[in-house]
Design a protein around this ligand. Sequence first.
Ligand code: SF4
Length: 264
Amino acid sequence: MEQSKYKYIYGPVSSWRLGRSLGIDPISSCQKTCTFDCVYCQVGRTEVFSGQREVFVPTEALIHELRSLPDVPIDYITFAGNGEPTLAKNLGEMIRAVKMVRKEKIAVITNASLIHRKDVVEDLLLADLVEAKLDASSDVFLKAVNQSMAEIRWEDIVEGLKAFRKVYHGHLTLQVMFVASNKACAAAIAKIAHQIGPDEVEINTPLRACSVKPLSIEDMEEITAIFRRICGARIKVRSVYEAKREISRPFCQPSTERRRGKES
Ligand code: SF4
């Protein structure tokens, strides 16, 4: 398959959370564009820091590409990629348009940095599943682990997530990535997760190639136990080391590696 044939879609990739996930990159810029520069980011350093929403990919161009997709089994169509997907001003328009041409459920993977904004919430409400990042228990850890832009405030993220939970009736997952520098925040993040009240919390550590080492199985078991104790039975807690993966073969390897990095 020619690399140039697919500019905006990639995968399907096997996700321990979403099964066979076809990716849509609503940024699709050759430069990674994000509000964060997470120490574990699998697609490399942030080249463009931006908190401004804009149209990166015309919706019609995405739909045109989606219509040419080969017949591959897919569980979810997931908005994620080379940057933060809620930076796409036409995210809601794209979700509506994809729903007109595909039957699969739609997921958005977001770093939640803009979730306090009304226009972002309106777009995310259209998704069947929203997976939101929460790696920090304070602004200090947000700057240390996520290396966020100066104007992004940890409190806005947490209050935004709490408010979003109240209006969102789809499946809300919090994803918490643990590395050495935020390991000690586990109980504090678990308490915040409990207050937010997602359907699920995913405890992760970077197993794909990146610049920091993953935590050990023992560390992750300890952290997972903390979350299960604090979050209670109502919130499902899953850990990456416990997960089983579906096998899936991307129809375009280069476009997939650009958004996902390489397997370590
Ligand atoms: S992991 Fe996600 S939020 Fe963090 S820098 Fe990479 S693209 Fe941005």
